[in-house]
Design a protein around this ligand. Structure first.
Ligand code: 5GP
Length: 194
């Protein structure tokens, strides 16, 4: 049933600190102003909320026990461990939104994106890179949301993540936010996604 609409799935992957959240905010703003149908999937996570994050908006924050229960109940299209926390994409809502003509955005790590591509090979996969690892380190420190230990873990993870970018159909370097936003708009809304 889903295959007919799989081109309307957009998998957006980036090392944390690459500016993915700002980019997605811009995309939602663009869609809102133009009344375009867009649905951003909200993942479950066992990670603790960061300052300013809201339950059921940024993520559904759940404990490990509930996460395991959900896996057993087949609630996720995919799930993965990232930086020591668990993340899962709920099945519910996605198919319905595709049927209703929405573009569905999944903001997930590379493992999740590759899993989804196995099921939906025509989904659009987009990798966002920071201009450099030094830049990433600066951004993570500047945003002040994570401890030094967590930041180091994320930078190490980013080195590995960046090696995965060739598996993705589209690659955007987030050097200037406006230019990167424009590239993403072209892929999602202007059909430049072959
Ligand atoms: P953060 O903790 O910084 O919000 O996210 C860490 C990483 O987990 C990011 O790369 C983010 O895209 C990824 N992530 C968020 N939700 C999911 C999900 O449902 N599945 C997978 N596989 N990764 C996710």
């Amino acid at each position: 049933m889903l295959s007919k609409f799989q081109k309307n799935i957009f998998l957006i992957t980036a090392p944390s600190g690459a500016g993915k959240t700002s980019l997605i905010k811009n995309i939602l703003k663009y869609a809102n102003i133009r009344e375009k149908k867009i649905f951003l999937s909200i993942s479950d996570t066992t990670r603790a909320p960061r300052q300013g994050e809201l339950n059921n908006i940024d993520y559904c924050f759940i404990d490990k026990l509930k996460f395991k229960e959900n896996i057993k109940d087949g609630k996720y299209i995919e799930h993965a461990e990232v930086h020591g926390n668990f993340y899962g994409t709920p099945k519910a809502n996605i198919e319905q939104h595709l049927e209703d003509g929405y573009k569905v955005i999944l903001e997930i790590d590379w493992q999740g994106a590759l899993t989804i591509l196995k099921y939906y090979p025509d989904a659009q996969s987009i990798f966002i890179s920071p201009p450099s690892l030094e830049d990433l380190s600066k951004r993570l420190t500047k945003r002040g949301l994570d401890s030094e230990e967590v930041i180091l873990k994320r930078i190490k993870g980013a080195e590995l993540e960046l090696k995965q970018k060739d598996h993705f159909k589209f690659q955007i370097v987030n050097n200037l936010l406006d230019t990167a936003t424009e590239n993403l708009i072209n892929i999602i809304f202007k059909g430049n996604n072959g």
